[in-house]
Write a protein of this length. Sequence first.
Length: 382
Amino acid sequence: MSRKLKVLVHGTGFAGQGHTEAFRNAGAEVVGIVGRTAGVVQQVAKKMNIPYAGMDWQQALSDCQPDIVSIATPGGAHYAAIKQAIAAGCHVFCDKPLTADGDTAIDLYNRATAKGIKTAFAASFRYMPEVLHAKRLVAEGKIGEPVEVECVSHFNLERDIPFGWSHRKEDGGGRLNNNFTHKLSIVTSVLGEDILSVMGEVRDDMGKAPIVKGVHNFKTRREHIPEDLDDPSLEWGESNVEWSYNVTVKILSPYAKKPVSALFKHGGLHPRFNEDYIAFYGQKGAIYIKGHYGSGPLYLYNKNKSWEEISLPVDIGTDIPNIEGDTERNWAYLVREFVKDISGESVTPYQTFKEGAQYQQLIDIIRENGSWTDVTHLSPDK
């Protein structure tokens, strides 16, 4: 394909601006951006030198005639916009979560498949350098057959961050949608994509949050925490999503004879004592990566029964986009592969709406909290 691919972006916040830069970095042309507030979308378009700014998504699809749409809004706003883009024949790049529930996610996957368009699901922290490194080490047999994975994280998020989409299930909020998606993607990128079974439980430790006007950028929401939380005129919104979860997933891996168990433990509002980490355990060794999303460094438990820090291979580092910020760099990595694929170049398989729909169904199952067994009747006194 000789001409530049045209991209229309839906969303003006951190993700929308990040997606814009990622597509430009991949050689595509961002021809328009759509937002919900006129002043904000015009300001962002001017700042980022985007020629078209609008508030009507359907009109923008008609006016811009994009090859690709990039969905960078909260998950609850994805379904209608993606459905319209698919109908227009656009390839779709979508941030996680795909939608707010499994049924709508499956519907989008089926529509995209029937239309024959390409899709990308951006649970993109699987492209962290040390995660790519771990993937290579496991494939090379450095830990033998993998048997178990641990993903442990505590974010210590402020309880008084302004009420918004992250507090609402219907808007794509919750820690499963916005943390577990990345963690599961990291683990399956290393072990294989064949998920066999899941069990888990969720908990809402938040309860409520102050309602504050004027919060447009998810990354700067902390700056809007009210100074006086005891102000009687302050309004409060009720959370209806999980802020902590404990999940176990069984994965069929080509590197193991038996399914591998992966534990995901996350406390969104709780402080960490030691560093967050991701660990892969095998019959002959183990890999330990510091950081909740595998930022590193990476350690290998070797045949000498000791942990050794392993440097990132030069070729992996060279292949990573030279972009500041983990989130932005990971978007750029996936966008690069997506654009190459659309252009007819050969690429390594990446996650699509197939995985996005599967993840959303898993989240629905976990949120049912149906894994518990009542054992009160087992008491000897009864």
